[in-house]
Design a protein. Sequence first.
Lengths: 113, 197
Amino acid sequence: MASFARRSAEATTAVILALAARPATWRYGHELCRQLDLEPGRLYRALMRLGDLGLLEAAWEPGAPAGRPPRHRYRLSGPGRAYAARLAAGPSVPARTARAVGGIGRRPRPAGT
Amino acid sequence: MNRDQRTGLLGGLVAVGSWPIAAWLLWRAWWRQAGGRLSALDGPARLLAAATAALPADRRDWGAAMAAELALVPVRERAARWRFAAGCARAAIFPPGGTRAAVGVAGAAAVTATAAAALATGATLPAGQVFVPVFVGLLGGLATLAVARSRRAGHAGPGLAVAGLGLAGVAVCVAVLGYTWPSSPPITGSASTRRTW
């Protein structure tokens, strides 16, 4: 069973890459949960972590219909997009930042190792 | 029943009875503020509202965001709503924050302080051998929780300093109490009676 830290790192990496796939598009929490098949607790912890690091832009949905609260939407910030590009390019993510965001940049271990 | 027994019984009643009263007062104060809003919610939404109410002010938006997403899960899908609310509640109660090392240091300091308090009071202040370690342990737990919930990723924030200051303060209090206690014995009870509280 993967450790808590590794699963958190994988969730954070998955969220960054999912947001980077459509960088200009605002995304929503429930939608990301379903797309990534992530448990909501992991998704929101990853989003909070990215927000704390300045890698995420968050805004409230404008013009929410009556009877429903406005939703929070997310996309990568400029530094977030740059980080995602480096993440996609290879393992050259600064170790300190990688640790701070929960291990982004660590390559998943091959199965069986 | 002699005087010592009556005093002990009264003290026990006060100690045991004060907790439910305090809890009831807190519940009543909280319900006055949030009860009207919560009464309109279903179970998962109540769980989420209760969990996100503990979020620090700079993270309140995340609580509202979670509630808005929960509103999209159909009410008829009760299991899905409970799963979503429980997951969000976990993130709200344990948001990402202080580094694991800082949390570990705070936790280790709390455990060490509690053990030291137990040993010290057991040897020098037998009357406080229950109260002092429990008090130090509770404070250490709260300090560790504060470090774990501190906001800035990669930094422990003020949590570690608060933990250190709190534990140092408790250590000073225990030391002062231990120094002054022998000259100020309890008013009630005979000198030969050793009471643990």
